[in-house]
Each structure stands twice: as structure tokens, then as C-alpha cells.
Unconditional design. Structure first.
Length: 240
């Protein structure tokens, strides 16, 4: 089984964002938005990801109903409990949800585990800092961009330099994506990873605990980007 990755070339992304933000200026940057840079009110589905480095509270989007329903079920069933954040890259994202990580030996390669199903793509929301998104197999074997049944990532990158952002937006607009002035401003001031827009399903947003995401992203790691010390999670439903 192929590794569930962010198929956009990591080398390309690091080249585009070599001067991009790793984390914010010391504030948490908690983004209480609807995924489009808009302030939200209560009443949404919320989950809590508990880790040894702190807790991350995430809102799930109604705009990705299949992913929302699936993540709530995974949380209720305890499917993600005791799994690891097995891939962390500062200035990019943290990835977890591989069931094989639950009993993984030190140094064991991870990233291929998943349930025996995938989810239809529900692509739309942007990859702002703190976006909760679904990992998937690359286009070569997954042209429909279907998502992993359990593996996910949280975008950690901070404010995007203007020249690099405009370059990415121009590329994405050539493929039919639309960016509002508010979305562009959000990437500039808060951050995110726009090279992934239009290719992966974003189904939630961190509303509390971005400083924890930063800590996890900056944990010491091996050459495969697995943290040297296990960072285990427990996921519980706060509200539906």
C-alpha cells in the first residue's frame, strides 16, 4: 500500500516557502473562523485532541459532511486514541491518524495505515494556519483525490510572504481557484499553506491550541520526520 502523503512535491513546497513562517510571534494565533477567515459563533461540532504537549480544540465544517461524520465516528469509537503524530515538519504541518502507529516500534516507518475505506473529496475550504485536512494517496493512483479514512494533518505554517503568496495564487487561479481579498489577507497576516488549496479536503479548523501545534511541529525528529519521542493522541467529541 502506498504511503498516505501530501502528494504536492515537498521539495517544491519547501522551495516556494523557504522564507515562509514557521510559527507566529509568540501569540497562539487561534483562528476562530469558518475556514474562510470569517468569525464564527457557537453551535458547531467540536472535537478535542489531547496530547502530552497540550490540547487542540477543533471545529468541524458542515461544508465537508462526510469527513465531519467520519471524524466524529472515529472519535466516538476511540479509533484514533493512542495513535501518534507520526510526521511533523516545522513550517508545514503535523500528521497523524495512522492506526499502525499505535504499537509502532521506535524508528518504524509509518504512514501507510488506514481503515478499509476512503472518503469522497469535499474540496473547497482553504489551507489556513490551523486547518484540519485529510491526507490521501497521490493523484497517480487516486485521480478522484479521495481522502484517507483516518489520517489527517493540521497546517502549522505562519504568515506567508506576499511575493510567494501572490505567486501561488496566480498558479491556483490558472486552475480555476478563486481567492477573495479577505482570504489573501488571512494568509498574509495569520498564515497557512496555499500550495495545497484545491488538492486536499479541509474539514475543520483549530480554534484553540495552535501553540500546541507549534510545539509538536518543532519536536526533534528523525530523517523520516517522525518525532524521536512518541506524541500520542486521544480524541474526544465536545459537541455535535
Amino acid at each position: 500500500m502506498k504511503k498516505l502523503i501530501l502528494f504536492f512535491s515537498l521539495a517544491q513546497m519547501l522551495l516556494l516557502f523557504s522564507c515562509g513562517g514557521n510559527q507566529t510571534d509568540g501569540t497562539t494565533g487561534d483562528a476562530k473562523t469558518d475556514g474562510q477567515g470569517v468569525q464564527t459563533t457557537g453551535g458547531e461540532a467540536m472535537v478535542l485532541i489531547e496530547t502530552s504537549m497540550g490540547n487542540i480544540k477543533v471545529k468541524l465544517y458542515d461544508s465537508a459532511p462526510e469527513h465531519k461524520k467520519n471524524f466524529l465516528k472515529l472519535a466516538k469509537d476511540g479509533y484514533l486514541d493512542s495513535t501518534l503524530f507520526h510526521r511533523v515538519i516545522p513550517g508545514f504541518m503535523i500528521q497523524g491518524g495512522d492506526p499502525d502507529s499505535r504499537r509502532a516500534m521506535p524508528g518504524q516507518p509509518l504512514g501507510t495505515g488506514s481503515p478499509d475505506y476512503t472518503l469522497p473529496a469535499e474540496i473547497g475550504a482553504k489551507h489556513f494556519r490551523g486547518a484540519l485536512s485529510a491526507a490521501r494517496q497521490p493523484d497517480q493512483v487516486n485521480p478522484e483525490k479521495r481522502s484517507s479514512g483516518s489520517q489527517f494533518y493540521i497546517v502549522q505554517n505562519g504568515p506567508v510572504p506576499e511575493a510567494q503568496l501572490d505567486q501561488v495564487i496566480q498558479m491556483k487561479q490558472a486552475n480555476g481557484l478563486v481567492y477573495s481579498a479577505e482570504e489573501r489577507d488571512y494568509y498574509l497576516k495569520v498564515g497557512g499553506y496555499p500550495p495545497l488549496d484545491g488538492d486536499y479536503t479541509v474539514f475543520g479548523q483549530v480554534v484553540e491550541g495552535l501553540e500546541v501545534v507549534d510545539k509538536i511541529a518543532n519536536a526533534p525528529r528523525d530523517p523520516r520526520d517522525r518525532p524521536l519521542e512518541n506524541i500520542m493522541m486521544k480524541v474526544k467529541v465536545i459537541s455535535e
